[in-house]
Design a protein around this ligand. Structure first.
Ligand SMILES: [Zn+2]
Length: 325
């Protein structure tokens, strides 16, 4: 009798310990999503314009989490620097050629054969700085910080949340995964173009690119939009199936690849899928701020994309490009 009671106490203690542990290890949650988005979209980041020290500071923040979550680097650097020409009247600048950088790292796959293939997952971290006449701001007359909490601190928040969750997996996915945060997206997909033209692995081995651009404003109808689901085998069916029991309302396009960094890959005949939670009045204005971010929604979206990434990285069937033009 006494022994049994003792056993129950021990079991209770063990289960309490396990519960706390699993909670602490939960990589994808609203708090984590909010933390990353808030940091990147705070005023001190001044809209993360390429070539500024605030853009470099954002890169450094991303690199910190790449390292912390065990990503390996190429050529001993997580930075892939590139040049970018900035026209006058953007971000209070005169015309100038600046240097900015993509932030890149990878996880080696767990299967000796499949690990030679790569899935790329990414999001751009740059934005319009202080805006201005030459910028893509919708308020060109207003010189003010464009924080870009949705565009695209939210995509980076999702990227870092997904990475943290992957780092907790005991068995890594079969295929290798490259994580990348792009710069120069707003100027015309400059960073992703540079990456595709300077790949650290052979182009034929890059099997899919997953992009997240503006995923922080999940609406009341829980609409998650995706373009390019039909660019890899059985993609549309897979993406729909993964929506079961998520509460998400998926809008799955086989084609309509979209207008963000994954297009750079698609143009090179690499399967590409892009995610977003829809447009809003604060798009490319100084009002795209953290207080309008739905971080619970961001976590749900991140979890969905994490599951998609896992399934595709472990796909039994061969992955190949399907043109949707
Ligand atoms: Zn934008």
């Amino acid at each position: 009798m006494l022994f049994q009671k003792h056993n129950i106490i021990v079991l209770t203690l063990i289960s309490l310990f396990l519960n706390t542990k699993s909670l602490a290890q939960e990589g994808i949650n609203a708090n984590t999503f909010y933390k990353h988005d808030k940091y990147l979209s705070s005023d001190k980041m001044e809209g993360r314009f390429p070539g500024t020290k605030q853009n470099n500071k954002a890169a450094k923040y991303i690199k910190k989490y790449f390292k912390k979550n065990d990503l390996s680097s190429y050529d001993n650097s997580y930075y892939q620097p590139f040049k970018l020409f900035v026209k006058a009247d953007i971000n209070k600048m005169i015309s100038d050629t600046v240097i900015t950088q993509n932030v890149v790292g990878y996880i080696e796959g767990s299967d000796s054969v499949s690990k030679k293939e790569f899935i790329v997952i990414g999001a751009h971290y740059d934005h319009w700085g202080w805006g201005g006449q030459g910028s893509g701001s919708k308020r060109k007359d207003t010189i003010a910080i464009h924080n870009g909490a949705d565009d695209n601190a939210s995509g980076v928040a999702a990227l870092l949340s997904i990475l943290e969750e992957i780092s907790h997996l005991k068995t890594k996915p079969k295929r290798s995964i490259i994580f990348i945060a792009f710069s120069g997206e707003e100027q015309g997909l400059i960073g992703s173009n540079y990456f595709v033209n300077h790949l650290p692995v052979s182009k034929e081995k890059v099997k899919l690119m997953i992009n997240m651009d503006m995923v922080g404003r999940l609406n009341a109808n829980k609409h998650l939009y995706m373009g390019g689901a039909g660019t890899f085998p059985d993609g549309v069916a897979l993406m729909k199936e993964l929506g079961n029991n998520t509460g998400l309302n998926l809008i799955v396009h086989a084609g309509e690849v979209g207008g963000s960094d994954h297009v750079s890959f698609y143009k090179k005949n690499i399967s590409s899928i892009g995610f977003h939670t829809g447009g809003h009045p604060q798009y490319h204005t100084p009002e795209d701020d953290i207080d309008l971010i739905n971080s619970e929604g961001g976590a749900i979206v991140s979890k969905y994309i994490f599951n998609a990434l896992l399934r595709i990285a472990n796909y039994d069937q061969p992955l190949y490009f399907i043109n949707q033009d």
